[in-house]
Design a protein around this ligand. Structure first.
Ligand SMILES: C=C1C[C@]23C[C@@]1(O)CC[C@H]2[C@@]12CC[C@H](O)[C@@](C)(C(=O)O1)[C@H]2[C@@H]3C(=O)O
Ligand SMILES: O=C(O)CCC(=O)C(=O)O
Ligand SMILES: [Fe+2]
Length: 346
């Protein structure tokens, strides 16, 4: 069904789709089948009965909300995001902007403890809430990746989860805050500078992109805004559910499954009357991990699509490009390259 677009750009179709819901308490052989199907069809699914304790989530949510409620001058003590720390409106370093403020951390515990010294007046409280959350969400990510390994029938079912269990994993945690637009204040300034007219339309909070890592686990408060794009120019609004996780395939998992899974393009819109807060865990390997399509995913009918790369190489490319760029295409193999990789010349 196609309905009229209420938001931000014209000529877009908003489609209503029943997105896949995975109940992790169901029978394992069913769960892994459904996850693989969801990753193939949408690169996106919702997880319920996920096992991340409610109190662990609430502690991070409370601490984050009080961080974002502070005056801009206080928050800016934790910025600019380079690429970690506090950022407001500027996303990355290549000119992308949105109606969002955020905190980004590397998930390494030492890095977290250091960062929080500038982020909070109660650094230990906030940093231990975040560390506890990251440990729980990493376990969930590993469980999902093991189910994916099993569902794909690869001989080494831990092949994906091992990458993110690595002590040197380069996974990232991000807190996004999308203030509602009835607030007349510019989100990056303490003083009231914007026109007094109240806008009733949604704006782009976080523009269209795919996530570069293996898998993203996202949870938000009860305010909608996330949309996925299963096809060019078509958007599907994702209902909010603070009790669940929305999970998306990232570029690396698309490359490792040789294009069988799709790294879904998505974006987040602001809500005109309610503030939205999301927390995203981006599961990544170590910088030196060499990432390539699993041998079982490459067949004569489905030749290798992407050149192998290290996460450091892929990350460097990602950070040199704009948010909406399709960076995986830069690693696509031409027919000649493929002969070289699969049958090196003597
Ligand atoms: C514009 C950019 C921001 C980003 C790095 C990039 O150059 C392109 C990818 C962006 C993204 C999207 C998913 C995650 O939110 C993120 C942390 C990531 O790994 O890639 C961001 C990067 C960022 O905000 O630094
Ligand atoms: O806030 C959201 O719902 C999406 C954020 C996102 O896509 C990201 O941080 O990469
Ligand atoms: Fe994203």
């Amino acid at each position: 069904m196609v309905v009229a677009s209420p938001n931000p750009t014209r000529n877009e179709k908003i489609q209503a789709v029943d997105l896949p819901i995975i109940d992790l308490s169901a029978e394992r052989s069913q769960v892994r089948k459904l996850i693989v199907k969801a990753c193939e069809d949408y690169g996106f699914f919702k997880v319920i009965n996920h096992g991340v304790p409610k109190d662990i989530i609430s502690k991070v949510e409370e601490q984050s909300l009080s961080f974002f409620a502070q005056p801009v001058s206080e928050k800016q003590r934790a910025g600019p995001s380079d690429p970690f720390g506090y950022g407001c409106k500027n996303i990355g370093l290549n000119g992308d902007t949105g109606e969002v403020e955020y905190l980004i951390f590397n998930t390494n515990p030492i890095s977290i403890a250091q960062r929080f010294k500038t982020i909070s007046n109660e650094p230990t409280k906030f940093s231990s809430a975040v560390s506890e959350y990251i440990a729980a969400v990493r376990d969930l990510a590993c469980e999902l990746l093991d189910l994916i390994g099993e569902g794909l029938w690869v001989p080494d079912t831990s092949v994906f989860s091992r990458l993110i269990r690595d002590v040197d994993s380069d996974s990232v945690f991000r807190l996004n805050h999308y203030p509602h637009l009835h607030n007349k204040k510019d989100i990056c300034k303490d003083n009231d500078t914007s026109p007094s007219s109240i806008s009733n339309i949604s704006k782009v909070g976080f523009g269209e992109h795919s996530d570069p890592q293996l898998l993203t686990l996202l949870r938000s408060n009860d305010v909608g805004g996330l949309q996925i794009s299963p096809q060019d120019g078509v958007w599907v609004s994702v209902p909010s559910d603070p009790t669940a996780y929305w999970v998306n395939v990232g570029d690396v998992l698309q490359a490792m499954t040789n294009g069988r899974f799709v790294s879904v393009r998505h974006r987040a819109l602001t809500n005109p009357s309610e503030s939205r807060m999301s927390m995203a865990y981006f599961a990544a390997s170590s910088l030196n991990a060499c990432l390539s399509a699993l041998p079982e995913m490459v067949t004569p009918e489905k030749p290798r699509l992407y050149k192998p790369f290290t996460w450091a190489e892929y990350k460097k490319t990602t950070h040199s490009l704009r948010l909406g760029e399709n960076r995986l295409n830069l690693f696509r193999i031409s027919t000649n390259d493929e002969c070289f990789i699969d049958q090196p010349l003597e």
